[in-house]
Design a protein around this ligand. Structure first.
Ligand SMILES: [Zn+2]
Length: 183
């Protein structure tokens, strides 16, 4: 498939500082996730990079939690909203138009999230190349299809390589990762 992680765009000089800053923000959002296996954070930023910022992380929605979900651990995937969709919903709930916004996310979007990103007019997605490469077998197909669909719809999918100048320490695929894992 031609949507291998290596085909992600590289951060250019113009975006470097903003990308670094908002990836830090996405990591801080990810750390708020209580998911025992993987923490993912996402941030939406206006096209100029200076303006409204909406954050979210992978989580079971409050109403489902109140209703007692997930009842069993294996139901977690049915109940959990991915960070990418959660941040879009947050933006809409706050009356924002997401067209042309940039999404920063700590992991690659699955195909379901990619469809939402396409549908809601996000124009640029920035994530960590090394974590895309490290996607588990279970998610690989979905992630690669997501990347391909976004790219085919004209979205710039950018992969950041290297640390972002902050301590990382978050859960990814059941293990603790650090800034060294971003290289
Ligand atoms: Zn997803």
């Amino acid at each position: 498939m031609d949507s291998k992680p290596s085909s992600l765009l590289i951060t250019d000089e113009k975006h470097w500082w903003l990308d670094r800053m908002y990836l830090q923000d996405a990591v801080r959002a990810a750390k708020r996730s209580v998911d025992p296996n993987t923490q993912v954070g996402s941030v939406l930023v206006v096209p100029t990079g200076i303006g409204v910022v909406v954050r979210a992380w992978n989580a079971v929605p409050p109403k489902l939690l109140q209703a007692g979900y997930p009842i069993r651990t294996e139901e977690k995937n049915y109940c959990t909203e991915h960070a990418e969709r959660a941040v879009i919903f947050n933006a809409i709930r706050n009356g924002l138009k997401t067209d042309g916004m940039t999404m920063y996310c700590t992991w690659a979007s699955c195909s379901e999230c990619a469809r939402s990103i396409i549908n809601f007019g996000i124009s640029r997605v920035v994530t960590f190349s090394a974590l895309v490469d490290g996607s588990s077998q279970h998610w690989q197909d979905s992630v690669f299809h997501g990347i391909r669909m976004m790219r085919d719809c004209g979205i710039s999918v950018v992969g950041w390589r290297g640390d972002i100048g902050m301590e990382l320490s978050m859960r990814f695929g059941g293990k603790k990762i650090t800034e060294k894992d971003l290289i």
